[in-house]
Design a protein around this ligand. Sequence first.
Ligand code: 8YV
Length: 327
Amino acid sequence: MSKPSILVTRAVFPETIARLEQHFEVEHNQADARWDKAELCRRIAGKVGAFTTGGDRIDADVLAAAPQLRICANMAVGYNNFDVAAMTARRVLGTNTPDVLTETTADFGFALVMAIARRVTESEHYLRAGQWDRWSFDMFSGSDIHGATLGILGMGRIGQGIARRGAHGFGMNVIYHNRSRLSADKEAECKARYVSKEELLRDADHLVLVLPYSPESHHAIGEKELAQMKPTATLVNVARGGIVDDAALAKALRERRIAGAGLDVFEGEPKVHPDLLTVPNVVLTPHIASATVPTRRAMAELAADNLIGFLVHGKPVNPLNPEVLGA
Ligand code: 8YV
């Protein structure tokens, strides 16, 4: 009997592909070519499963091109690239890779907090440009991390990881805002205090965004919110582009209405708003918060577990629309 066919849209670890090949005919984008929507539609036609990443938009058009499709397994915890309603209507299961990237992403969130607060990349550029010719009392003075108020917008797993690092590692005063309040136990573990969004914006010295992207969180940080922050505050986004209005942020940075920003995600990435590229008080990284070798391996393996679990054993590990599994 021939094996079911699946598509792997991006280059991933050869070991993961070898494992998938034990169960499936695998079409693998080994060259990591950039596929536009038409190419994705062409490649996904006839496949029963797809191993996707955050850059692959799975919408009604793609689904229409793949009538046999039963599962899209995202190698990411975020899944705003999936039109889940359209997938459910077509009885296509979506899965993601939660938990395995929590601590790595929280580490990186903290790396950006530190890099922007202590002006690490800005001062490095200065040194590399040969501009450092003497010590001066206020050269690249930043803001403190220890003892400062860490604000977290979106208090899921990654937000809690960042809170724990801030509270336990740096003695920060941690405040957060979230759709729902954490249990008392979790708040105690993170030493975090629930506040309104207004208080969060007003009081945070370092504000970290870790909320999922949805139409409700679109431009959760725009001109109005930036105006509520302290001029000495920093902003870090390790969640999704689109949560921040990048044009408004670039303007606020240029006008020094906030002190700095650390951004790993952008509206319309991999394109970056040109104004963000020209302001000095920003640290920009290309969506690498989960990029350590062990974590990327764990994400790839979990996406493969979901494909094998569902297509071979009828039991996915991380179903996003479990209603598809019934009947
Ligand atoms: C991925 C991410 O690198 O997990 C997520 O939601 O944003 C990142 O870890 C990216 O989405 C590729 O799939």
